[in-house]
Unconditional design. Sequence first.
Length: 249
Amino acid sequence: MSGHSKWSTIKRKKEKTDGARAKVFTKIGRELAVAVREGGGADPSSNSKLRECIAKAKANNVPNDNIERIIKKAAGSADGDNYESITYEGYGPSGIAVIVETLTDNRNRTAGDIRHYFDKFGGNLGTQGCVSFMFSRKGLLVVEKEDNDEEKLMEDALEAGAEDFNAESDDVYEIYTDPDDFGAVMEALSAKGYEYVSADVSMIPSTYTKLEDEEAVVKMQKLLDMLDDNDDVQNVYHNWDMPETDDED
């Protein structure tokens, strides 16, 4: 099954967000509000985008009260903040493919910021579609190995409709789904008592690239840090085969 673990990227993001919970809550809150307004209302049973966002919020430890309050406010507000979703694609140092998903109320500001980051750290912003063909959109559920039996979890996941199961990481199991099945698989496994380290619909690269040059490694790390810290940036996907040591810093 899946040959490469995405956990190094998730772990890095989780460690980073553990120290900046307020910023994470704000970004996820924005996603929830947009999902309500654009995805078909405040009922997650009929709004698949909202179901995905709720799963992501819970995996990031956003309290249920916060989630419910954001959804009610978005459903009851006709004017709200006018955010639009814009995706940028480009190349980082040494040709690393990067996709940046944003929600912005000022596309000129966001475009300028994203272009500046790519230029500053040895990359270049490309045109729509220049790297996305190297990625597939998949639901990804991450479950800790501790206290979970591999064969039992794999059986439960595949029975629930998962497409793929990866046990190659030292710390976690990774369960991949079709995006349309993500909510159903997540709920089926939750009902069996499984808890998630991460739950999200992600862009998964078909291949990964290693950076041998230390300067390129430093620049790529700084590029990701700048993108993560930007308030308009919701998600960043890339095909960098990140060294384990970066996760321990």
